[in-house]
Design a protein around this ligand. Structure first.
Ligand SMILES: Cc1ncc(COP(=O)(O)O)c(C=O)c1O
Ligand SMILES: [Zn+2]
Length: 483
């Protein structure tokens, strides 16, 4: 059974995917084998494709994605054409890109990557889009910084911070949206949309603006001002929904079903979108001198980022760019939204959904889509953990990172630093082992969480007022107290 190749026209692809499922279903019901290639909408309507057809066989050469050949279901393995679809029609499993790794292996090398642009697009061979047409606002190749001050505080001698808070819209979400927007244009969409916990909103709005697309952004009504303004400034249609993220996501799934001409980056575009997070894994490996770290500490909301960092590093090993991956993957959640950490503690692979209640709003997904795969990786990568942390410790984590390393992270980063501290205290890191903490969002977006810490001394504009009021010594090198 072969799937129809990529269609140029989105309706061809959508119908083809649906046709594929229904044809195979009825064929199986009738005890026959199905041949989709002869039966997709454009072929059955037009017979053999000829000049002027909208099918891939007439698509311009540069449209063809060299190394992303199809989609497949992560559960039952069924194949689908490259199309704006995300769920298996057979078993409702999530769809994932099928790559031709032999061809990638022939094309890619450390030298080629090093000669590439200083953005995430240096890894274009491993992404499911045509990189030459990328919707690119300069995302990626963010700093990996040795964190000796923080390492000293926690007793970690080889600690690194991957500072992804300095991307164009100040979170790692620029990576996933750069791919999704590029793919949306390839498919011919003119509308970009998302359901967001906050950071995705800004990333989608910015890329929509850059790509000249109509942009629709849906967020929960209680988001931080920095995130609302950080999206609104790019001019999208910004919709606040009365409810939490899980409510927003449910609504958007219905809207995506009803509006097939909209590219919802984290719904119908999800197989492509989520691949953008692999570039964080690639970058860290490259920046560590083509070595995977011994430990990675990663924040979890849906779990996608966690799974894709792992996938990216393992692809490098599969392609022979590095020897192996022995990374212990540590997931980090907030106590007020810790379904994955709870399932890990209970040694389960399925989560019990929760109603989130935490200051870490960017991680507040009570029913995470990729929880199962996250937990599988935590199991597979021996010695991995998934932990959670209370709100006061999140604030302390934000302070610790700022006051030791000069990096201001949002609440998700506070969750990471707090979990890092717990792991260090539990003796998880051996001497010399490299530990990378992934800081994925910027503190200026969540000032509400730390505004109580800003207590400047007010003085008159005189030297005497300064001398009377300001205790210079107590300020120098002051550190947050550890709890
Ligand atoms: C700053 C930040 N870090 C991490 C995450 C987690 O992403 P994922 O949903 O891929 O687990 C999010 C999600 O919105 C986020 O905003
Ligand atoms: Zn399936």
């Amino acid at each position: 059974m072969t799937a129809c190749a990529t269609g140029r026209n989105i309706w061809c692809q959508i119908h083809a995917a649906i046709a594929f499922a229904s044809i195979t279903e009825s064929a199986v019901a009738a005890g026959e084998s199905a041949d989709f290639e002869e039966s997709c909408c454009c072929h059955s309507r037009q017979g053999s494709p000829g000049p002027g057809d909208s099918c891939i066989y007439n698509a311009p050469e540069d449209y063809r994605v060299a190394y992303a050949s199809a989609l497949h279901c992560r559960e039952c393995g069924n194949e689908y054409p490259i199309a704006p679809i995300h769920v298996c029609e057979w078993c409702f499993g999530p769809l994932e890109i099928t790559y031709d790794y032999d061809a990638i292996g022939d094309a890619i090398s450390r030298e080629k990557i090093k000669d590439g642009p200083l953005t995430m697009w240096r890894y274009a061979d491993l992404l499911p889009v045509n990189g030459e047409n990328a919707v690119d606002i300069g995302t990626g190749m963010t700093p990996l910084l040795k964190a000796d001050n923080l390492g000293r505080e926690f007793g970690i001698d080889n600690l690194w911070i991957k500072n992804d808070a300095v991307n164009p819209t100040y979170s790692f979400k620029d990576r996933v949206v750069s791919i999704a927007a590029t793919k949306a244009l390839e498919f011919g969409f003119d509308t970009l949309a998302c359901a967001s916990t906050g950071n995705l909103a800004g990333a989608v709005a910015a890329h929509g603006a850059k790509a000249n697309m109509r942009t629709l952004v849906f967020i929960p009504s209680d988001l931080e001002r920095g995130k609302v303004i950080g999206a609104a400034i790019y001019g999208p249609t910004l919709v606040t929904v009365d409810g939490n993220y899980d409510d927003v996501n449910r609504l958007c799934s219905e809207l995506a079903d009803a509006n097939e001409s909209w590219a919802f980056v984290n719904i119908n575009m999800r197989p492509y979108y989520s691949e953008g997070s692999k570039t964080l894994g690639y970058e860290v490996v490259e920046q560590l001198g083509w070595k995977a770290p011994d430990h990675a500490v990663v924040p979890i909301a849906s779990g996608s980022l966690f799974t894709k960092i792992w996938k990216g590093m393992n692809e490098f090993a599969k392609l022979g760019l590095i020897d192996d991956v022995r990374t212990k993957m540590h997931g980090a959640q907030a106590d007020g939204c810790s379904p994955v950490a709870q399932a890990f503690a209970d040694e389960q692979l399925h989560v019990k959904p929760v109603v989130p209640d935490t200051i870490a709003k960017s991680l507040a997904i009570g029913n995470p889509a990729d929880a199962y795969y996250t937990l599988k990786i935590a199991q597979e990568a021996e010695g991995s953990t998934v932990g959670s942390t209370p709100d006061p410790a999140i604030v302390e984590g934000i302070q610790m990172l700022a006051q030791t390393e000069g990096i201001f992270t949002e609440t998700a980063g506070g969750v990471v630093i707090s979990n890092l501290k717990k792991l260090a205290e539990a003796g998880r890191f051996q001497k010399g082992e490299s530990v990378v903490a992934f800081i994925t969002g910027n503190g200026l977006k969540t000032v509400e969480a730390v505004q109580h810490l800003a207590n400047p001394v007010s003085i008159k504009a005189t030297v005497s007022s300064f001398e009377e009021s300001v205790d210079v010594e107590s300020a120098v090198g002051s550190k947050p107290t550890s709890s």
